[in-house]
Design a protein around this ligand. Structure first.
Ligand code: CU
Ligand code: CU
Length: 352
């Protein structure tokens, strides 16, 4: 008998059905060394040809965040004006250890910024002064490393400025926001793969002065994975952490409404992630640093820390999938739906 069941077999055999709505049973409580083990116990749970999904739902209230809210939850900080006229935005980030229910009945001992994965979406305007008050309440040392242009001592890596921030200590990262675009932040303490895979990352949006062209909807999507058993392989894949969330809760838009997606790849362990939109094409702005799209396509790929802005509108109503065009990732959770309906009084631009 095989000693190790692959992640695909794990999923295929219906782990979700086994653990389903049983509640907070952990793998340890079930006496399972590997999530894959549960799969073997429940092979009859598989329905041939059915769309993969979870049975039941994670407890979003206990988790303290809901992926549906994360789509549109922009943190503009506390805004004031410096004596030189520059806009100052102050943010507060706290790192903690936290248990997150990542799939129904499966708990993950995460490290998080502000209680959620991904951390808060920090948003500002090019040229603003950014002041991020960081407090480390976790049991491990952490930092915040921002992508963007900033002085060495604000780089958030070991040996730069304050270096790693020990448990119980704090530091304020401060710099001018540049360049405009779609960026990210993450902990940069080693082993880096562990500090990222545990959940310490988020989106950092620097709007161009004057803003991007107006759209009806803006959504933040952070592509990530969860390595439940710490074997440096992902057991689940997702957008905004919870597998299949937007399949269970499709994102509602109207025919003709313009959509902008801020898409960031924070997936650890796997080298490439991808995004495919069904029955449509989008304009793609890599890193969001140009107002001119580089491509008109229906599929893009991103290595870790690559990111880009997608813009589109739907021509037809229907339930349209978006997912990684890596079948393994899609079947292990990285898939969702847009629910496109016809606006009342169709054509009069019924914006949100
Ligand atoms: Cu860390
Ligand atoms: Cu980075």
């Amino acid at each position: 008998m095989k000693s190790r069941v692959t992640r695909r077999e794990f999923f295929r055999a219906g782990i979700f059905t086994v653990l389903g709505t049983a509640g907070a049973a952990t793998l340890a409580q079930l006496g399972l060394k590997k999530p894959a083990r549960a799969a073997v116990l429940a092979h009859e749970g598989e329905h041939a040809g059915a769309m993969p999904s979870t049975v039941g739902e994670v407890d979003h209230v206990r988790n303290g965040f809901d992926p549906t809210d994360i789509l549109t939850d922009f943190d503009y900080g506390t805004v004031s004006t410096l004596p030189n006229g520059q806009t100052l935005r102050e943010y507060s980030l706290v790192a903690t250890d936290k248990t997150i229910e990542v799939a129904p009945g499966i708990d993950f001992p995460a490290w998080v910024y502000n209680g959620r994965i991904p951390g808060p979406t920090l948003r500002c305007v090019e040229g603003d002064r950014i002041r991020v008050h960081f407090f480390n309440a976790s049991s491990h040392p952490h930092t915040i490393h921002f992508h963007g242009i900033h002085p060495f001592e604000m780089d958030g890596v070991p040996g730069a400025g304050p270096g790693v921030i020990p448990t119980g200590e704090s530091f304020t990262y401060e710099f001018d926001a540049e360049p405009f675009g779609l960026h990210l932040y993450h902990c940069h303490v080693f082993p880096l793969a562990r500090h990222i895979a545990k959940g310490l990352y988020g989106t950092f949006i620097v709007d161009p002065q004057g803003g991007w062209p107006p759209v009806d909807h803006e959504y933040v999507m952070v592509m990530n994975g969860i390595d439940v058993d710490f074997d440096d392989e992902n057991d689940f894949y997702a957008v905004n952490t919870i597998p299949f969330h937007y399949q269970l809760h499709p994102i509602p838009i109207k025919v003709g409404e313009t959509v902008r997606i801020f898409l960031v790849n924070l997936l650890e362990f796997d080298p490439i992630n991808s995004f495919h939109l069904h029955a449509n094409f989008f304009h793609y702005y890599p890193t969001g640093t140009s107002l001119e799209p580089s491509e008109y396509t229906d599929t893009i790929m991103q290595a870790q820390a690559q990111r880009g802005i997608l813009e589109f509108a739907y021509k037809y109503p229907g339930l349209f999938m978006f997912h990684a065009h890596k079948t393994e990732f899609a079947e292990l959770g990285w898939t969702g739906n847009f629910e496109v309906t016809v606006a009342e009084g169709a054509g009069d631009g019924d914006a949100e």
